[in-house]
Design a protein around this ligand. Structure first.
Ligand SMILES: Cc1cc2nc3c(=O)[nH]c(=O)nc-3n(C[C@H](O)[C@H](O)[C@H](O)COP(=O)(O)OP(=O)(O)OC[C@H]3O[C@@H](n4cnc5c(N)ncnc54)[C@H](O)[C@@H]3O)c2cc1C
Length: 325
């Protein structure tokens, strides 16, 4: 058994100071991912800093943006009146994730930082460059059905498993962070990392930095849909997911955002596909043509070769559902 000390912080500063004191400190929020990882020996901690008492549970509308505290529960966020009315894409994505019990524990900050569900990462008897840099990758020539097809490296093909993050990527969210050097904001697109030669690093957050909030800029989208394709109808991670937000005026697409889940180590924004859609009429044909562009550069392995076709079909379906054709 690995012993660790436990400290309950009551201010953001106290949490950051506690994290800075020891080399192997981890913040704990809902614990739904961290405790599993510690129990299975994937992660260790000298100190757990419990952040649940911090005043980071507020959802408030500010001028031109929605502010969401890092400790807001996934369930509270999904059911929030402002979110349901103005950002239904986010609500749909959250409700597609996990189970009601888990969503009642899981926090926004924890969801952003949840680790991959790659089985080789969880199995400590197998090589995994993300868990133990330099040990190899069991997934590369193993059972890689759930794995990435975009942004992969020869070190790692794990995917980021979050649903919420896919919607946040489409909504151009910002992550507010506090650390020993003060506060900073990280754009969602820069938050999660591609594996490259450092697959052990999932994101650009510093080791002692704390996520304090997520902010979503106001937008004028008229149509939304979150589609999650998975092995079971609920309580399963995505094979492919698609977050779509459109602004349609006079039967023309004025603005489009599309992000994919289940295909990369970060939510995968499709900027080129978005450009192709702008100015088009929202028809099945136009959606198909744009969707077909989205798989350029995909790299498949033995068991995930079905994913590019699934991506195209999923994007077209999500777009059609968003305009209810
Ligand atoms: C069986 C099961 C099924 C699931 N299915 C899905 C699914 O379909 N879709 C989906 O999206 N998710 C799914 N999840 C994942 C779930 O959403 C995450 O476990 C949850 O969001 C993590 O939040 P938490 O608050 O419990 O994080 P914790 O477990 O407390 O923490 C996770 C990580 O975040 C760090 N952390 C937490 N808060 C902060 C902060 N504010 N600042 C800095 N670091 C922080 C911790 O140190 C830790 O490293 C599933 C989980 C389980 C167990």
């Amino acid at each position: 058994m690995n012993q660790f000390s436990y400290y309950r912080a009551s201010t953001v500063k106290a949490a950051i100071d506690a994290a800075s004191r020891s080399g192997n400190t981890r913040f704990i929020a809902g614990g739904t991912n961290l405790l599993d990882l510690m129990k299975s020996g994937v992660l260790t901690a000298e100190t757990l800093v419990d952040i649940n008492k911090l005043p980071l549970r507020e959802i408030r509308q500010e001028q031109n943006r929605l502010h969401i505290g890092a400790l807001v529960l996934n369930s509270s966020l999904a059911e929030d009146d402002i979110v349901k009315k103005q950002y239904p894409l986010l609500s749909e994505a959250l409700l597609a994730g996990a189970s009601p019990q888990l969503r009642n524990m899981a926090t926004v900050g924890g969801n952003l930082l949840q680790r991959t569900r790659c089985t080789y990462f969880y199995d400590t008897t197998m090589p995994c460059n993300k868990r133990t840099p330099g040990s190899g990758c069991g997934a590369m020539d193993g059972i890689n059905r759930m794995h990435a097809i975009f942004g992969v490296s020869d070190q790692c093909i794990a995917v980021h498993p979050s649903d919420m993050c896919v919607a946040l990527a489409a909504l151009d969210a910002n992550i507010l962070v506090a650390g020993p050097k003060g506060q900073r904001t990280i754009a969602m697109k820069d938050f999660h990392r591609l594996p490259g030669n450092t697959p052990q690093l999932d994101n650009t957050l510093g080791k002692t930095e704390l996520i304090t909030a997520v902010e979503i800029p106001a937008a004028n989208f008229t149509n939304w849909h979150y589609l999650k394709v998975r092995d079971r109808a609920s309580y399963a991670f995505a094979l492919v997911s698609v977050a779509v937000a459109l602004q349609v005026e006079n039967n023309r697409i004025k603005d489009a955002r599309i992000a994919l889940g289940g295909v990369a180590s970060k939510p995968w924004r499709l900027l080129q596909t978005e450009q192709l859609l702008k100015g088009q009429t929202p028809t099945a044909d136009n959606f198909r043509k744009a969707a077909e562009k989205s798989i350029e550069g995909a790299v498949t392995r033995t068991y995930n070769a079905f994913k590019p076709a699934m991506v195209v079909n999923s994007i077209q379906t999500a777009l059609l559902k968003s305009v209810a054709i």
